[in-house]
Design a protein around this ligand. Structure first.
Ligand SMILES: Nc1ncnc2c1ncn2[C@@H]1O[C@H](COP(=O)(O)OP(=O)(O)OP(=O)(O)O)[C@@H](O)[C@H]1O
Ligand SMILES: [Mg+2]
Length: 599
């Protein structure tokens, strides 16, 4: 026998993709919390039962009290109604609380899982993805998982059970009236179907719009100095308002689409009630029936109206949330790009010699940055990298930190290829002061302590003294507990840099990478920091990048890096005597300085 048409269309509105997403949610988060869900299901069952009980009692009330005029029934029935309502109230409370607890736990768990996944991604991933998108996935995705489960559980538990219970009451009271009341159902299901695709499309647009707006605003506020100094406010305002308006329109369309089922449902419910009134009125007035059944059926019909409406909307409400859940799954399914295979040995640093052999690397395919770069940074000595901007100096440090791996060639520390040891052990042996110092919002103390978690206050202070940062820190009224502001905006560039150097002192690693560590300092504090760095460099393998050649004259070896290769190396005076690239470079800077002095 073929299925009734409305059942076929009911099955069709659940697409395979939707089914997969739902199944996955139930098998993961649902299964993990099945006890909580089972408990709330029981509460919802009690709610549905008491609601149906109340509807049934209405018939008895009318017939016993009003038709038969039985006065003891007044007490009995009002007591029963009161009792049922109290039970219903408590189970509603129990259901809401259990569901909220489970839901909040799911959000928290998923956020932790997303965080874990993201932390396993490499630097290249973060260079590709915008912070705004990641944080929306982090929040909306995790919440969507809860919303889908809660929506389905409450629909099945509270709404479906209520509708079933109330339908049973109707059938029990009068099967014909029940049939009249239910005849409108197929129309409702068919009506909702066409809305789903529309809702999905709009939701998609809404999400991308929200990401754009968040991305724009984050950038605008972080770059507020640039915006203001170029008088870019108007342009920013115009661009943002356009995006905000289009998101507003998308949200309006979403609500419109989602609410389109409303008028249809109201009309259908009104139709059902009108039909029941006609039939019941006729059969009570002319067919000799008691009004009790009629009241009971009408009550059941009215009570089932809200849950039935929610059930009809379920698929529409789910559509949006399911897209959110897929945002979550996208992240959870990402392969970790920064995971050492099990059994990877640790790097054992004895002296800290760094070897680059013919290293080839590019951030993007077919755009090589390092093209067969080779050099040695001898243990315990200072090696300087100099050369034109964009030549690949910072890239060398990125590779030593294993932010990226070379496409060919070999990088070794004390003879151990760093690709064959754990990233953790490599990073443990390296202290890196980068070109753009990053401070976390918090106190100065916390920012220095990053160098070695668990360091004592004295150690932090000693590190700050070594970095010549102690004096300026103590000049703040809160000293080491002074806040640095988001990204350290409340400090000067030189102060930020010295905090980063203090961090490196505290870390006390055998290898030191300094990328223009003194770039942001005036000559006086540069001299101070140079002194500090010289202390730091003792007995450490140091790789230093500097644009001002004057800071590298004392290096044990200088490598000139140009277009991804080391084109010259040697000591300062050797290189000058050779009258090659370094010599030219030096002459240029020298001329520059003289010009500045003469100006
Ligand atoms: N994350 C990245 N993605 C793509 N390309 C990059 C990335 N970082 C750097 N590059 C490119 O790699 C090349 C080398 O950059 P690198 O930062 O190593 O130069 P550098 O020698 O440190 O220059 P500078 O002296 O200006 O700091 C540049 O052409 C740059 O455009
Ligand atoms: Mg650089």
């Amino acid at each position: 026998m073929p299925l009734p048409k409305f059942l076929v269309s009911a099955a069709k509105i659940v697409s395979p993709e939707t089914r997969n997403t739902i199944a996955r949610l139930f098998l993961t988060d649902g299964r993990r919390h099945w006890k909580g869900y089972a408990l709330s299901f029981v509460f919802m069952g009690i709610m549905a039962g008491t609601t149906s009980g109340l509807a049934y009692l209405m018939g008895t009330v009318i017939n016993r009290i009003f038709v038969e005029q039985n006065s003891t029934m007044i007490w009995l029935l009002s007591g029963a109604v009161f009792l049922l309502s109290v039970v219903k109230g408590f189970s509603a409370y129990g259901q809401a609380v259990t569901l909220a607890h489970v839901g909040n736990r799911i959000v928290a768990d998923n956020q932790k899982r997303v965080l874990e996944r993201l932390l396993q991604q490499d630097v290249a991933f973060f260079a590709r993805s915008h912070t705004a998108e990641l944080s929306l996935r982090f929040n909306q995705g995790a919440q969507a998982a809860r919303n889908v489960l809660n929506l389905i559980i409450t629909s099945l538990g509270r709404d479906l059970l209520s509708v079933i219970g109330l339908t049973a009451v109707m059938i029990l009271q009068d099967p014909v009236m029940a049939a009249i009341g239910l005849v409108v159902m197929p129309v409702a299901v068919a009506g909702v179907r066409s809305l789903i695709r529309k809702v999905r499309k709009i939701f998609d647009r809404e999400f991308h719009g929200a990401v754009q707006i968040m991305a724009d605003s984050i950038e605008a506020f972080q770059g507020i100095r640039t915006v203001k100094s170029f008088n870019m406010e108007d342009e920013l305002r115009a661009r943002m308002s356009q995006r905000i308006d289009s998101l507003e329109r998308a949200s309006n369309r979403m609500t419109q689409a989602q609410s389109q089922s409303g008028p249809l449902m109201e009309a259908l419910a009104g139709c059902a009630i009108a039909l029941v009134i006609m039939y019941a009125g006729w059969s009570v007035l002319h067919g000799g029936r008691t009004p009790g059944e009629f009241f009971s059926v009408i009550t059941a019909l009215l009570l089932s109206y809200e849950p039935a409406k929610r059930l009809a909307r379920l698929n529409i409400d789910l559509a949006g949330q399911l897209l959110g859940a897929r945002l979550l799954f996208d992240v959870l399914d990402m392969k970790p790009t920064e995971l050492d295979p099990p059994g990877t040995p640790e790097l054992k640093v004895a002296r800290g010699r760094i070897d680059f052999e013919d290293v080839v690397f590019g951030y993007r395919e077919n755009e090589p940055v390092l093209r067969g770069l080779s050099f040695v940074a001898e243990a315990g000595q200072t090696t300087a990298l100099v050369g034109p901007s964009g030549g690949g100096k910072t890239t060398v440090m990125n590779l030593i930190e294993r932010f990226y791996d070379p496409s060919s060639g070999r990088i070794a520390i004390d003879g151990q290829e760093i690709e064959r040891v754990t990233r953790r052990s490599v990073r443990d042996s390296v202290a890196y002061v980068s070109q753009d110092v990053f401070l976390f919002s918090g106190t100065i103390r916390e920012n220095i302590a990053f160098g070695r978690p668990g360091a004592s206050l004295e150690e932090i202070e000693q590190a700050a003294r070594n970095a010549h940062a102690h004096d300026f820190i103590m000049s703040f009224s809160d000293g080491y507990d002074s806040k640095v502001g988001e990204h350290g905006t409340q400090l000067s560039g030189g102060q930020r840099q010295r905090i980063a150097i203090a961090r490196a002192f505290l870390k006390n690693a055998p290898i030191l990478l300094l990328d223009e560590a003194t770039a942001a300092l005036d000559s006086e504090s540069e001299a101070e920091v140079q002194k500090a760095l010289r202390t730091l460099q003792i007995d450490r393998t140091t790789l230093v990048i500097a644009h001002r050649l004057q800071t590298v004259v004392n290096a044990d070896r200088i490598c000139v890096v140009d277009s991804g290769r080391v084109v010259e190396f040697g000591r300062h005076d050797e290189l000058l005597a050779r009258r090659g690239r370094y010599f030219n470079f030096h002459q240029l800077q020298f001329a520059d300085q003289r010009e500045r002095l003469l100006a």
